[in-house]
Design a protein around this ligand. Structure first.
Ligand SMILES: [Zn+2]
Length: 179
């Protein structure tokens, strides 16, 4: 578990000045470590460019891949292509503490920086609001048929049946009274 975490760590203190490239393949184990994650399976290729400067590090993320989500329409799992990019600044200068979303303050004592939570956040933000198979024809036909059929049955069908039984009972009662 700890080993997997270290995979997404930048060694701040020993990183050379200038650009350093990182290439990650994020897979099931990354998502599996996060029980709260809606995504539990997927493969995401992530390219990270870290630029070390005198007072800060600039981290540029670029990723694309596929994650498994549950279709809102039929409930089956499906592959959702995702992509995204993000930039974040790790700054030593905490005195200048503007509350900025893309700035994280670090100290000279921080020898490394764990990217895991950031990567998870970026992937989560890239998920679509509507999660459905791209074409309805890819959806689970049996489930859709059942859903549509269930609608007809519970609403109209059932009421009609009850009414028929009720009418029959009234008719019998009426006949009895008439005789
Ligand atoms: Zn579907």
């Amino acid at each position: 578990m700890k080993k997997e975490d270290n995979k997404y760590t930048i060694p701040l203190s020993v990183l050379p000045f200038g650009h350093t490239d990182y290439q990650y393949v994020i897979g099931d184990s990354f998502f599996g470590e996060r029980d709260y994650s809606e995504v539990q399976n997927g493969v995401v290729n992530l390219h990270l460019d870290v630029e070390r400067m005198e007072t800060m590090f600039i981290l540029a993320f670029d990723f694309e891949g596929n994650v498994v989500l549950q279709c809102d329409r039929c409930g089956d799992d499906y592959n959702q292509p995702i992509e995204g990019s993000a930039k974040i600044y790790l700054k030593y200068d905490a005195a200048n503490d503007n509350e900025d979303d893309d700035v994280i303050f670090i100290t000279k004592n921080d020898s490394e920086f764990d990217l895991g939570d950031l990567i998870y956040e970026y992937i989560t933000l890239s998920l679509p609001i509507h999660r459905v198979h791209e074409n309805e024809s890819e959806c689970n036909r049996e489930v859709l048929d059942m859903l549509y059929h269930a609608d007809e049955d519970t609403d109209d069908g059932h009421d009609e049946e009850t009414n028929t039984a009720w009418n029959e009972m009234m008719k019998q009662l009426k006949d009895k009274l008439d005789n």
